[in-house]
Design a protein around this ligand. Structure first.
Ligand code: SAH
Ligand code: MG
Length: 222
């Protein structure tokens, strides 16, 4: 007798079947991304469900996303918003933004989600200067080399008790002391930050696993 196939993919399927079944809107979003030539580098369904759950736990009214792609993760996150809530998502690519806006409209979320086009660091700097209202949750999922700079901005833009999440933070390099990467620098910066309490949660994907770094802003009392 042979035992069950213990591949990570099967564990992922077990979780997603129970908790992260995609509705037609999410399925159509992935189909549209493919038609429009966008790479399928969106979060998995179980990853999206984890974002949704964290946003619900945090009672999010204002969410900031860095890295929109086709709007797949934005849909999971925006569905957790309170009725009067808003999500602002940033992407450098105008085509990605256009595809995302279409998908968000299909999802009935276009009044709650705004996509801003431009290099994220410039947009974040403008947001800080404009003194935009603080965010309850920031999700970082763009170019890895920008992660540390996005972290500095995110800490300033998130409320006390708010969450900062970062995707793709368990690449192979974390096991190799001689190799560097944006995600590794991010994890180190988070660990050293006095106003953040954090950990990394492994997230299953269709292929293997990746990590989501989760931080809560908790400024020490002086
Ligand atoms: N969060 C999405 C996936 C984002 S993929 C999801 O899970 O559904 C990463 C995105 O970051 C791409 O769309 C890319 O265009 C964008 N990006 C890359 N460099 C950027 C930069 N400097 N500023 C803003 N966005 C950037
Ligand atoms: Mg990602």
């Amino acid at each position: 007798m042979t035992g069950p196939d213990k591949s990570l993919e099967n564990y992922d399927q077990y979780i997603s079947q129970l908790f992260a079944v995609e509705d037609p809107v999410l399925q159509a979003t992935r189909a549209t991304m493919q038609q429009e030539g966008l790479r399928p580098i969106n979060v998995s369904a179980t990853g999206g469900q984890l974002l949704y759950l964290l946003a619900l736990m945090n009672g999010a009214r204002r969410i900031l996303e860095i890295g929109t792609l086709g709007g797949y993760s934005a849909i999971w996150l925006a569905r957790a918003l309170q009725a009067d809530g808003a999500l602002i998502s940033l992407d450098i690519d105008a085509h990605h933004a256009a595809v995302a806006r279409r998908n968000l409209a299909q999802a009935g979320l276009d009044t709650q989600v705004e996509v801003r086009v431009g290099p994220a660091l410039a947009t974040l700097t403008a947001m800080a200067q404009a003194r935009e209202a603080p965010f309850d949750l920031v999700f970082i999922d763009a170019d890895k080399d920008g992660y540390v700079a996005y972290l500095q901005q995110a800490v300033a833009l998130v409320r006390e008790g708010g969450l900062i999440l970062a995707d793709n933070t368990l690449p192979d390099e974390v096991l190799d002391a001689n190799r560097d990467s944006g995600a590794k620098r991010y994890n180190a910066a988070v660990a050293a930050h006095p106003a953040l309490v954090s950990s990394i949660v492994p997230v299953l994907r269709r292929q293997g696993f990746d990590g989501l770094t989760i931080s809560i802003k908790r400024t020490p009392r002086t």
